[in-house]
Design a protein around this ligand. Structure first.
Ligand code: HEM
Length: 512
Protein backbone atom coordinates (compact mmCIF):
# COMPACT_ATOMS: atom_id res chain seq x y z
CA UNK A 1 0.00 0.00 0.00
CA UNK A 2 2.78 2.40 1.05
CA UNK A 3 4.55 1.60 -2.17
CA UNK A 4 1.42 2.40 -4.11
CA UNK A 5 1.14 5.83 -2.46
CA UNK A 6 4.80 6.61 -3.06
CA UNK A 7 4.51 5.59 -6.73
CA UNK A 8 1.33 7.60 -7.17
CA UNK A 9 2.97 10.68 -5.64
CA UNK A 10 5.98 10.24 -7.85
CA UNK A 11 3.78 9.90 -10.90
CA UNK A 12 1.76 13.00 -9.99
CA UNK A 13 4.98 14.97 -9.41
CA UNK A 14 6.31 13.81 -12.75
CA UNK A 15 3.09 14.76 -14.52
CA UNK A 16 3.11 18.19 -12.85
CA UNK A 17 6.73 18.68 -13.85
CA UNK A 18 5.97 17.68 -17.43
CA UNK A 19 2.94 20.00 -17.47
CA UNK A 20 5.09 22.88 -16.14
CA UNK A 21 7.80 22.20 -18.67
CA UNK A 22 5.24 22.06 -21.48
CA UNK A 23 3.76 25.42 -20.39
CA UNK A 24 7.19 27.04 -20.25
CA UNK A 25 8.04 25.57 -23.65
CA UNK A 26 4.71 26.82 -25.03
CA UNK A 27 5.03 30.37 -23.76
CA UNK A 28 8.71 31.05 -24.36
CA UNK A 29 9.23 29.04 -27.54
CA UNK A 30 6.20 27.75 -29.39
CA UNK A 31 3.72 30.63 -29.00
CA UNK A 32 6.13 33.50 -29.89
CA UNK A 33 7.32 31.56 -32.97
CA UNK A 34 3.77 30.77 -34.05
CA UNK A 35 2.76 34.46 -33.74
CA UNK A 36 5.89 35.56 -35.63
CA UNK A 37 5.16 33.07 -38.42
CA UNK A 38 1.61 34.42 -38.79
CA UNK A 39 3.01 37.94 -39.26
CA UNK A 40 5.95 36.88 -41.46
CA UNK A 41 3.59 35.03 -43.82
CA UNK A 42 1.92 38.38 -44.52
CA UNK A 43 5.26 39.84 -45.64
CA UNK A 44 5.99 41.64 -42.36
CA UNK A 45 9.65 41.50 -41.39
CA UNK A 46 11.52 42.29 -38.22
CA UNK A 47 14.07 41.28 -35.63
CA UNK A 48 14.41 37.53 -34.95
CA UNK A 49 12.95 36.25 -31.67
CA UNK A 50 15.41 35.77 -28.83
CA UNK A 51 13.82 33.61 -26.13
CA UNK A 52 12.69 35.45 -22.98
CA UNK A 53 14.63 38.70 -23.43
CA UNK A 54 13.37 39.62 -26.91
CA UNK A 55 15.10 42.81 -28.07
CA UNK A 56 15.92 44.07 -24.57
CA UNK A 57 19.70 43.82 -25.04
CA UNK A 58 19.73 45.74 -28.34
CA UNK A 59 17.28 48.34 -27.00
CA UNK A 60 19.38 49.03 -23.91
CA UNK A 61 22.58 49.15 -26.01
CA UNK A 62 21.17 51.67 -28.51
CA UNK A 63 19.59 53.86 -25.86
CA UNK A 64 22.69 53.86 -23.64
CA UNK A 65 24.82 54.90 -26.62
CA UNK A 66 22.41 57.60 -27.78
CA UNK A 67 21.80 59.04 -24.33
CA UNK A 68 25.50 59.16 -23.44
CA UNK A 69 26.16 62.28 -25.53
CA UNK A 70 24.25 65.43 -26.45
CA UNK A 71 23.30 66.42 -30.01
CA UNK A 72 23.89 69.57 -32.03
CA UNK A 73 21.54 72.48 -31.55
CA UNK A 74 18.94 71.42 -34.11
CA UNK A 75 15.63 69.58 -34.13
CA UNK A 76 16.83 66.24 -35.54
CA UNK A 77 16.11 64.42 -32.32
CA UNK A 78 14.69 61.02 -33.37
CA UNK A 79 18.03 59.21 -33.53
CA UNK A 80 18.76 60.27 -29.95
CA UNK A 81 15.33 59.87 -28.41
CA UNK A 82 14.14 56.60 -29.92
CA UNK A 83 17.02 54.96 -31.82
CA UNK A 84 15.60 51.46 -31.51
CA UNK A 85 12.26 52.15 -33.22
CA UNK A 86 13.96 54.27 -35.87
CA UNK A 87 16.45 51.48 -36.65
CA UNK A 88 13.68 48.93 -36.92
CA UNK A 89 11.62 51.06 -39.30
CA UNK A 90 14.64 51.92 -41.44
CA UNK A 91 15.66 48.26 -41.65
CA UNK A 92 12.31 46.50 -41.99
CA UNK A 93 9.82 49.10 -43.25
CA UNK A 94 6.80 51.05 -42.04
CA UNK A 95 5.21 47.95 -40.56
CA UNK A 96 7.78 45.87 -38.72
CA UNK A 97 8.17 43.41 -35.88
CA UNK A 98 10.28 43.62 -32.74
CA UNK A 99 10.01 41.84 -29.39
CA UNK A 100 9.08 42.93 -25.89
CA UNK A 101 10.17 39.81 -24.03
CA UNK A 102 8.13 36.90 -25.34
CA UNK A 103 5.47 39.12 -26.97
CA UNK A 104 5.83 40.22 -30.59
CA UNK A 105 5.42 43.96 -31.02
CA UNK A 106 4.21 45.40 -34.30
CA UNK A 107 5.55 48.90 -35.03
CA UNK A 108 3.00 50.67 -37.22
CA UNK A 109 4.32 53.85 -38.81
CA UNK A 110 1.44 54.46 -41.19
CA UNK A 111 -0.99 57.26 -40.41
CA UNK A 112 -4.13 55.53 -41.67
CA UNK A 113 -3.38 52.29 -39.86
CA UNK A 114 -2.45 54.17 -36.69
CA UNK A 115 -5.83 55.87 -36.71
CA UNK A 116 -7.56 52.57 -37.41
CA UNK A 117 -5.92 51.05 -34.32
CA UNK A 118 -6.86 54.03 -32.14
CA UNK A 119 -10.45 54.10 -33.48
CA UNK A 120 -10.72 50.52 -32.20
CA UNK A 121 -14.06 49.98 -33.94
CA UNK A 122 -14.26 46.27 -33.17
CA UNK A 123 -13.05 46.72 -29.61
CA UNK A 124 -10.25 44.19 -30.03
CA UNK A 125 -7.45 46.50 -28.93
CA UNK A 126 -6.71 47.42 -25.32
CA UNK A 127 -3.77 48.84 -23.38
CA UNK A 128 -0.91 46.30 -23.05
CA UNK A 129 -0.98 44.32 -19.79
CA UNK A 130 0.17 46.85 -17.19
CA UNK A 131 3.09 46.43 -14.86
CA UNK A 132 1.27 46.11 -11.47
CA UNK A 133 3.52 48.89 -10.17
CA UNK A 134 1.76 51.40 -12.44
CA UNK A 135 -1.52 50.50 -10.73
CA UNK A 136 -0.09 51.81 -7.45
CA UNK A 137 0.03 55.23 -9.09
CA UNK A 138 -3.52 55.24 -10.37
CA UNK A 139 -6.43 53.01 -11.24
CA UNK A 140 -8.11 55.89 -13.04
CA UNK A 141 -9.53 56.33 -16.53
CA UNK A 142 -6.38 55.44 -18.52
CA UNK A 143 -6.22 52.01 -16.88
CA UNK A 144 -9.87 51.07 -17.48
CA UNK A 145 -11.40 49.17 -20.40
CA UNK A 146 -14.84 48.39 -21.88
CA UNK A 147 -18.07 49.41 -20.14
CA UNK A 148 -16.27 50.56 -17.02
CA UNK A 149 -14.14 52.95 -19.06
CA UNK A 150 -17.15 54.25 -21.06
CA UNK A 151 -19.17 55.04 -17.91
CA UNK A 152 -16.25 56.72 -16.21
CA UNK A 153 -15.37 58.77 -19.29
CA UNK A 154 -19.00 59.97 -19.54
CA UNK A 155 -18.93 61.04 -15.91
CA UNK A 156 -15.60 62.88 -16.16
CA UNK A 157 -16.20 64.60 -19.52
CA UNK A 158 -18.30 67.54 -18.24
CA UNK A 159 -15.45 68.64 -15.94
CA UNK A 160 -13.30 69.34 -19.02
CA UNK A 161 -15.82 71.28 -21.12
CA UNK A 162 -14.44 74.59 -22.34
CA UNK A 163 -17.03 76.54 -20.35
CA UNK A 164 -15.87 74.85 -17.16
CA UNK A 165 -12.23 75.47 -17.97
CA UNK A 166 -13.06 79.13 -18.47
CA UNK A 167 -13.97 79.25 -14.79
CA UNK A 168 -10.60 77.73 -13.89
CA UNK A 169 -8.61 80.37 -15.77
CA UNK A 170 -8.12 82.62 -12.70
CA UNK A 171 -6.48 79.65 -10.96
CA UNK A 172 -4.09 79.20 -13.93
CA UNK A 173 -3.36 82.91 -13.84
CA UNK A 174 -2.54 82.91 -10.10
CA UNK A 175 -0.03 80.07 -10.53
CA UNK A 176 1.60 81.90 -13.47
CA UNK A 177 1.89 85.19 -11.59
CA UNK A 178 3.52 83.46 -8.64
CA UNK A 179 6.10 81.88 -10.93
CA UNK A 180 6.82 85.19 -12.68
CA UNK A 181 7.33 86.92 -9.32
CA UNK A 182 9.73 84.17 -8.26
CA UNK A 183 11.69 84.54 -11.50
CA UNK A 184 11.90 88.32 -11.04
CA UNK A 185 13.25 87.87 -7.53
CA UNK A 186 15.85 85.41 -8.75
CA UNK A 187 17.15 87.82 -11.42
CA UNK A 188 20.13 90.14 -10.88
CA UNK A 189 19.55 93.88 -10.23
CA UNK A 190 19.93 94.32 -14.01
CA UNK A 191 16.98 91.98 -14.45
CA UNK A 192 19.04 89.13 -15.92
CA UNK A 193 19.37 85.58 -14.67
CA UNK A 194 20.28 82.05 -15.69
CA UNK A 195 17.76 79.43 -14.78
CA UNK A 196 16.87 75.78 -15.35
CA UNK A 197 13.22 76.20 -16.36
CA UNK A 198 12.42 72.45 -16.38
CA UNK A 199 11.90 72.13 -12.58
CA UNK A 200 10.29 75.57 -12.57
CA UNK A 201 7.69 74.56 -15.13
CA UNK A 202 7.13 71.24 -13.40
CA UNK A 203 6.36 73.24 -10.29
CA UNK A 204 4.00 75.47 -12.22
CA UNK A 205 2.00 72.61 -13.76
CA UNK A 206 1.77 70.92 -10.34
CA UNK A 207 0.48 74.14 -8.86
CA UNK A 208 -2.06 74.58 -11.66
CA UNK A 209 -3.43 71.05 -11.24
CA UNK A 210 -3.60 71.44 -7.45
CA UNK A 211 -5.63 74.64 -7.82
CA UNK A 212 -7.81 73.29 -10.63
CA UNK A 213 -8.49 69.95 -8.95
CA UNK A 214 -8.71 70.97 -5.31
CA UNK A 215 -9.94 74.59 -5.42
CA UNK A 216 -10.18 75.91 -1.87
CA UNK A 217 -8.31 72.85 -0.54
CA UNK A 218 -5.38 73.85 -2.72
CA UNK A 219 -2.79 73.61 0.09
CA UNK A 220 -3.85 70.01 0.78
CA UNK A 221 -3.79 69.36 -2.95
CA UNK A 222 -0.24 70.62 -3.23
CA UNK A 223 0.93 68.35 -0.42
CA UNK A 224 -0.95 65.39 -1.94
CA UNK A 225 0.72 65.92 -5.29
CA UNK A 226 4.14 66.32 -3.65
CA UNK A 227 3.65 62.86 -2.16
CA UNK A 228 2.36 61.56 -5.50
CA UNK A 229 5.52 62.94 -7.15
CA UNK A 230 7.70 61.08 -4.64
CA UNK A 231 5.71 57.92 -5.34
CA UNK A 232 6.12 58.33 -9.11
CA UNK A 233 9.91 58.59 -8.71
CA UNK A 234 9.98 55.42 -6.58
CA UNK A 235 7.77 53.56 -9.06
CA UNK A 236 9.87 54.60 -12.07
CA UNK A 237 12.95 53.45 -10.17
CA UNK A 238 11.36 50.05 -9.52
CA UNK A 239 10.24 49.74 -13.15
CA UNK A 240 13.78 50.30 -14.37
CA UNK A 241 15.03 47.25 -12.50
CA UNK A 242 14.29 43.65 -13.47
CA UNK A 243 10.62 42.85 -12.79
CA UNK A 244 10.20 39.92 -10.39
CA UNK A 245 6.54 38.95 -9.84
CA UNK A 246 5.55 39.36 -6.21
CA UNK A 247 8.70 41.31 -5.26
CA UNK A 248 6.62 44.38 -4.51
CA UNK A 249 5.06 42.57 -1.52
CA UNK A 250 8.43 41.95 0.19
CA UNK A 251 8.83 44.55 2.95
CA UNK A 252 12.02 46.22 1.70
CA UNK A 253 12.58 49.84 2.75
CA UNK A 254 11.45 51.20 -0.62
CA UNK A 255 8.43 48.90 -0.88
CA UNK A 256 7.34 50.02 2.58
CA UNK A 257 7.79 53.68 1.63
CA UNK A 258 5.70 53.11 -1.53
CA UNK A 259 2.97 51.48 0.53
CA UNK A 260 3.02 54.24 3.13
CA UNK A 261 2.92 57.00 0.51
CA UNK A 262 0.07 55.28 -1.26
CA UNK A 263 -2.14 55.05 1.82
CA UNK A 264 -1.22 58.58 2.97
CA UNK A 265 -2.18 60.03 -0.44
CA UNK A 266 -5.45 58.11 -0.47
CA UNK A 267 -6.45 59.19 3.00
CA UNK A 268 -5.61 62.85 2.32
CA UNK A 269 -7.66 62.88 -0.91
CA UNK A 270 -10.50 61.10 0.92
CA UNK A 271 -10.54 63.87 3.55
CA UNK A 272 -10.73 66.58 0.91
CA UNK A 273 -13.55 64.76 -0.90
CA UNK A 274 -15.56 64.25 2.27
CA UNK A 275 -15.18 67.92 3.21
CA UNK A 276 -16.22 68.94 -0.30
CA UNK A 277 -19.24 66.61 -0.25
CA UNK A 278 -20.30 68.11 3.03
CA UNK A 279 -19.97 71.75 1.99
CA UNK A 280 -21.70 71.00 -1.33
CA UNK A 281 -24.57 69.29 0.47
CA UNK A 282 -25.21 72.36 2.61
CA UNK A 283 -24.81 74.66 -0.39
CA UNK A 284 -21.67 76.36 0.93
CA UNK A 285 -19.29 75.36 -1.82
CA UNK A 286 -19.09 76.66 -5.38
CA UNK A 287 -18.62 73.86 -7.88
CA UNK A 288 -15.62 75.27 -9.70
CA UNK A 289 -12.90 72.68 -9.22
CA UNK A 290 -12.39 69.23 -10.74
CA UNK A 291 -13.33 67.34 -7.56
CA UNK A 292 -16.55 69.36 -7.20
CA UNK A 293 -17.37 68.77 -10.87
CA UNK A 294 -16.76 65.03 -10.56
CA UNK A 295 -18.98 64.85 -7.48
CA UNK A 296 -21.66 66.88 -9.24
CA UNK A 297 -21.77 64.62 -12.31
CA UNK A 298 -21.73 61.56 -10.04
CA UNK A 299 -25.21 62.13 -8.68
CA UNK A 300 -26.26 58.49 -9.19
CA UNK A 301 -23.18 57.34 -7.26
CA UNK A 302 -21.81 55.37 -10.18
CA UNK A 303 -18.35 56.30 -8.90
CA UNK A 304 -17.31 55.36 -5.38
CA UNK A 305 -15.16 57.67 -3.25
CA UNK A 306 -12.26 55.33 -4.13
CA UNK A 307 -12.92 55.96 -7.84
CA UNK A 308 -12.91 59.74 -7.33
CA UNK A 309 -9.61 59.43 -5.43
CA UNK A 310 -8.09 57.47 -8.31
CA UNK A 311 -9.28 60.03 -10.87
CA UNK A 312 -7.65 62.89 -8.92
CA UNK A 313 -4.36 61.05 -8.91
CA UNK A 314 -4.87 60.34 -12.60
CA UNK A 315 -5.18 64.05 -13.45
CA UNK A 316 -1.79 64.63 -11.92
CA UNK A 317 -0.15 61.65 -13.59
CA UNK A 318 -1.56 62.37 -17.04
CA UNK A 319 -1.53 66.15 -16.98
CA UNK A 320 1.40 67.44 -14.98
CA UNK A 321 4.53 66.22 -16.68
CA UNK A 322 3.06 66.23 -20.21
CA UNK A 323 2.23 69.93 -19.99
CA UNK A 324 5.53 70.90 -18.35
CA UNK A 325 7.37 69.01 -21.10
CA UNK A 326 5.40 70.95 -23.75
CA UNK A 327 6.13 74.32 -22.11
CA UNK A 328 9.80 73.55 -21.49
CA UNK A 329 10.48 72.60 -25.11
CA UNK A 330 8.58 75.70 -26.21
CA UNK A 331 10.89 77.96 -24.21
CA UNK A 332 13.98 76.13 -25.45
CA UNK A 333 12.84 76.33 -29.07
CA UNK A 334 11.88 80.01 -28.80
CA UNK A 335 15.26 80.69 -27.21
CA UNK A 336 16.80 79.07 -30.31
CA UNK A 337 14.57 81.14 -32.63
CA UNK A 338 14.52 84.75 -31.37
CA UNK A 339 12.65 85.93 -34.51
CA UNK A 340 9.62 83.78 -33.60
CA UNK A 341 9.96 84.75 -29.95
CA UNK A 342 9.67 88.39 -30.98
CA UNK A 343 6.68 87.72 -33.27
CA UNK A 344 4.91 85.88 -30.44
CA UNK A 345 5.63 88.70 -27.98
CA UNK A 346 4.30 91.31 -30.42
CA UNK A 347 1.07 89.32 -30.75
CA UNK A 348 0.65 89.03 -26.98
CA UNK A 349 1.30 92.71 -26.38
CA UNK A 350 -1.04 93.67 -29.18
CA UNK A 351 -3.88 91.49 -27.85
CA UNK A 352 -3.43 91.78 -24.06
CA UNK A 353 -1.19 94.82 -23.62
CA UNK A 354 -0.06 94.93 -20.00
CA UNK A 355 -2.95 92.86 -18.69
CA UNK A 356 -3.08 89.22 -17.72
CA UNK A 357 -4.41 87.20 -20.68
CA UNK A 358 -8.11 86.42 -20.31
CA UNK A 359 -10.21 83.73 -22.01
CA UNK A 360 -11.12 86.00 -24.97
CA UNK A 361 -7.46 86.94 -25.49
CA UNK A 362 -6.41 83.30 -25.48
CA UNK A 363 -8.91 82.41 -28.19
CA UNK A 364 -7.42 85.17 -30.39
CA UNK A 365 -3.79 84.03 -30.23
CA UNK A 366 -2.79 82.88 -33.72
CA UNK A 367 1.00 82.96 -33.72
CA UNK A 368 1.15 81.48 -30.21
CA UNK A 369 -1.10 78.64 -31.37
CA UNK A 370 1.05 77.95 -34.45
CA UNK A 371 4.22 77.94 -32.33
CA UNK A 372 2.75 75.58 -29.74
CA UNK A 373 1.63 73.13 -32.46
CA UNK A 374 5.03 73.21 -34.15
CA UNK A 375 6.73 72.48 -30.82
CA UNK A 376 4.29 69.60 -30.23
CA UNK A 377 5.24 68.24 -33.64
CA UNK A 378 9.01 68.44 -33.13
CA UNK A 379 9.02 67.58 -29.40
CA UNK A 380 5.82 65.59 -28.61
CA UNK A 381 5.59 64.98 -24.83
CA UNK A 382 4.12 61.52 -25.57
CA UNK A 383 6.41 60.02 -28.23
CA UNK A 384 4.38 56.86 -28.91
CA UNK A 385 1.21 55.03 -27.92
CA UNK A 386 1.03 51.35 -27.06
CA UNK A 387 -1.81 48.89 -27.68
CA UNK A 388 -2.38 45.15 -27.46
CA UNK A 389 -4.65 42.75 -29.38
CA UNK A 390 -7.04 40.84 -27.13
CA UNK A 391 -8.63 38.96 -30.00
CA UNK A 392 -7.76 38.17 -33.59
CA UNK A 393 -8.42 41.38 -35.55
CA UNK A 394 -7.76 43.12 -38.87
CA UNK A 395 -6.28 46.51 -39.70
CA UNK A 396 -6.02 47.43 -43.36
CA UNK A 397 -4.97 44.16 -45.04
CA UNK A 398 -3.14 42.86 -42.00
CA UNK A 399 -4.57 40.05 -39.87
CA UNK A 400 -3.36 40.43 -36.33
CA UNK A 401 -3.52 37.40 -34.05
CA UNK A 402 -4.45 37.86 -30.38
CA UNK A 403 -1.53 38.54 -28.03
CA UNK A 404 0.43 41.02 -30.16
CA UNK A 405 1.66 44.38 -28.79
CA UNK A 406 1.43 47.41 -31.06
CA UNK A 407 3.58 50.58 -31.05
CA UNK A 408 2.34 53.74 -32.76
CA UNK A 409 5.43 55.96 -33.02
CA UNK A 410 4.18 59.58 -33.10
CA UNK A 411 7.70 60.98 -32.91
CA UNK A 412 8.79 59.17 -36.09
CA UNK A 413 5.71 60.38 -37.97
CA UNK A 414 6.26 63.95 -36.85
CA UNK A 415 9.80 63.89 -38.29
CA UNK A 416 8.94 62.12 -41.54
CA UNK A 417 9.74 64.13 -44.72
CA UNK A 418 7.11 62.13 -46.65
CA UNK A 419 4.44 63.66 -44.42
CA UNK A 420 5.87 67.13 -43.78
CA UNK A 421 8.23 67.87 -46.69
CA UNK A 422 12.01 68.24 -46.95
CA UNK A 423 12.01 71.00 -44.34
CA UNK A 424 10.62 68.54 -41.77
CA UNK A 425 13.47 69.14 -39.31
CA UNK A 426 13.09 72.92 -39.40
CA UNK A 427 11.07 74.93 -36.93
CA UNK A 428 8.40 76.47 -39.15
CA UNK A 429 5.26 77.40 -37.23
CA UNK A 430 3.80 78.79 -40.45
CA UNK A 431 2.95 75.20 -41.48
CA UNK A 432 0.07 75.47 -39.04
CA UNK A 433 -1.15 78.87 -40.31
CA UNK A 434 -4.27 77.26 -41.80
CA UNK A 435 -4.85 74.82 -38.97
CA UNK A 436 -3.79 71.28 -38.21
CA UNK A 437 -5.51 69.58 -41.14
CA UNK A 438 -3.59 71.60 -43.76
CA UNK A 439 -0.20 71.42 -42.02
CA UNK A 440 0.94 68.05 -43.35
CA UNK A 441 0.74 66.42 -46.79
CA UNK A 442 -1.41 63.64 -45.44
CA UNK A 443 -4.49 65.24 -43.94
CA UNK A 444 -4.45 64.71 -40.20
CA UNK A 445 -1.06 63.07 -39.78
CA UNK A 446 -0.71 64.90 -36.51
CA UNK A 447 -2.43 63.72 -33.33
CA UNK A 448 -0.25 64.49 -30.31
CA UNK A 449 -3.26 64.09 -27.98
CA UNK A 450 -4.22 60.70 -29.39
CA UNK A 451 -7.11 59.82 -31.66
CA UNK A 452 -10.50 58.12 -31.41
CA UNK A 453 -12.54 57.39 -28.30
CA UNK A 454 -9.56 57.52 -25.93
CA UNK A 455 -8.24 60.83 -27.12
CA UNK A 456 -6.85 63.05 -24.35
CA UNK A 457 -9.61 64.34 -22.09
CA UNK A 458 -7.34 67.14 -20.85
CA UNK A 459 -6.41 68.56 -24.27
CA UNK A 460 -8.26 71.87 -23.79
CA UNK A 461 -6.98 72.14 -20.24
CA UNK A 462 -3.36 71.68 -21.36
CA UNK A 463 -3.74 74.03 -24.34
CA UNK A 464 -5.26 76.80 -22.27
CA UNK A 465 -2.60 76.41 -19.60
CA UNK A 466 0.21 76.43 -22.19
CA UNK A 467 -1.14 79.56 -23.92
CA UNK A 468 -1.67 81.43 -20.68
CA UNK A 469 1.81 80.55 -19.38
CA UNK A 470 3.69 81.28 -22.58
CA UNK A 471 1.90 84.62 -23.07
CA UNK A 472 2.63 85.70 -19.49
CA UNK A 473 6.31 84.75 -19.73
CA UNK A 474 6.63 86.65 -23.04
CA UNK A 475 5.08 89.75 -21.45
CA UNK A 476 7.70 89.81 -18.70
CA UNK A 477 10.89 88.32 -20.11
CA UNK A 478 12.93 87.85 -23.23
CA UNK A 479 15.17 84.80 -23.17
CA UNK A 480 17.97 82.99 -24.96
CA UNK A 481 19.79 79.72 -24.37
CA UNK A 482 22.22 79.87 -21.51
CA UNK A 483 25.86 78.96 -22.31
CA UNK A 484 25.36 76.00 -19.95
CA UNK A 485 22.43 74.56 -21.94
CA UNK A 486 23.06 71.05 -23.29
CA UNK A 487 20.71 69.83 -26.02
CA UNK A 488 19.80 66.29 -24.96
CA UNK A 489 16.14 65.30 -25.32
CA UNK A 490 15.30 61.86 -23.93
CA UNK A 491 12.30 60.04 -22.47
CA UNK A 492 11.31 59.08 -18.95
CA UNK A 493 7.57 58.58 -19.47
CA UNK A 494 7.53 61.97 -21.30
CA UNK A 495 10.04 63.76 -23.53
CA UNK A 496 12.41 65.61 -21.22
CA UNK A 497 15.66 67.61 -21.31
CA UNK A 498 18.20 65.16 -19.89
CA UNK A 499 20.54 67.87 -18.56
CA UNK A 500 17.92 70.49 -17.75
CA UNK A 501 16.64 73.49 -19.69
CA UNK A 502 18.99 76.34 -18.87
CA UNK A 503 18.02 79.67 -20.33
CA UNK A 504 19.06 83.26 -19.70
CA UNK A 505 16.17 85.55 -18.86
CA UNK A 506 16.08 89.31 -19.34
CA UNK A 507 13.35 91.17 -17.49
CA UNK A 508 11.31 93.47 -19.74
CA UNK A 509 9.99 96.82 -18.66
CA UNK A 510 6.85 96.51 -20.79
CA UNK A 511 4.70 95.33 -17.92
CA UNK A 512 4.75 97.25 -14.67
C1 HEM B 1 0.67 68.47 -23.50
C2 HEM B 1 -0.16 67.87 -22.68
C3 HEM B 1 -0.78 66.53 -22.91
C4 HEM B 1 -0.51 65.58 -23.88
C5 HEM B 1 0.52 65.65 -25.01
C6 HEM B 1 -1.41 64.48 -23.64
C7 HEM B 1 -1.47 63.34 -24.43
C8 HEM B 1 -2.38 62.33 -24.26
C9 HEM B 1 -2.52 61.20 -25.13
C10 HEM B 1 -1.66 60.94 -26.37
C11 HEM B 1 -3.51 60.42 -24.64
C12 HEM B 1 -4.04 59.13 -25.24
C13 HEM B 1 -3.47 57.97 -24.52
C14 HEM B 1 -3.88 56.63 -25.14
O1 HEM B 1 -4.63 56.58 -26.12
O2 HEM B 1 -3.37 55.65 -24.63
C15 HEM B 1 -4.01 61.05 -23.43
C16 HEM B 1 -5.01 60.55 -22.63
C17 HEM B 1 -5.43 61.14 -21.45
N1 HEM B 1 -5.04 62.36 -20.96
FE1 HEM B 1 -3.71 63.61 -21.79
N2 HEM B 1 -2.19 64.76 -22.54
C18 HEM B 1 -1.86 66.01 -22.08
C19 HEM B 1 -2.41 66.69 -21.00
C20 HEM B 1 -3.40 66.19 -20.18
C21 HEM B 1 -3.98 66.89 -19.05
C22 HEM B 1 -3.63 68.33 -18.63
C23 HEM B 1 -4.87 66.03 -18.45
C24 HEM B 1 -5.76 66.24 -17.24
C25 HEM B 1 -5.75 67.25 -16.44
C26 HEM B 1 -4.86 64.80 -19.23
C27 HEM B 1 -5.62 63.68 -18.95
C28 HEM B 1 -5.69 62.57 -19.76
C29 HEM B 1 -6.51 61.42 -19.45
C30 HEM B 1 -7.39 61.26 -18.19
C31 HEM B 1 -6.36 60.52 -20.51
C32 HEM B 1 -7.01 59.15 -20.65
C33 HEM B 1 -8.21 59.22 -21.56
C34 HEM B 1 -8.91 57.88 -21.71
O3 HEM B 1 -8.26 56.85 -21.53
O4 HEM B 1 -10.09 57.92 -22.01
N3 HEM B 1 -3.95 64.93 -20.26
N4 HEM B 1 -3.31 62.23 -23.23
Amino acid sequence: MDNFIVHSLLLISLLLLLYGAARVFYSIWWKPRRLARRLNLQGIKGTPYRPLIGDMKELVKLISEAWSKPINLNHQIVQRVDPFTLNNVQKYGKISICWSGTRPRLIIKDTELMKEVLSNKQGHFSKPPLNPLILILTRGLTTLEGEKWATRRRLINPAFHLERLKEMLPAFSTSCSMMIERWKNMASPQGTGDMDVWPELQNLTSDVISRAAFGSSYEDGKRIFELQRELIVLVIEAMQTLYIPGFRFIPTKKNQRRKKLNSKIKSMVRNVIERKEHTMSIGQSKVDDLIGLLLQSNKDNQMTTEDVIEECRQFYLAGQETTSSWLTWTLIVLAMHPDWQEKAREEVLQICGKNEPNFEDITHFKIITMILYEVLRLYPPVIALYQHTNNETKIGDISLPAGVDVTLPFLLNNHDPELWGDDVEEFKPERFSEGVSKASKDQLAFFPFGWGPRTCIGQNFATMEAKMTLATILQHFSFRLSPSYIHAPYTVMTLQPQHGAHITLHGLQVVS
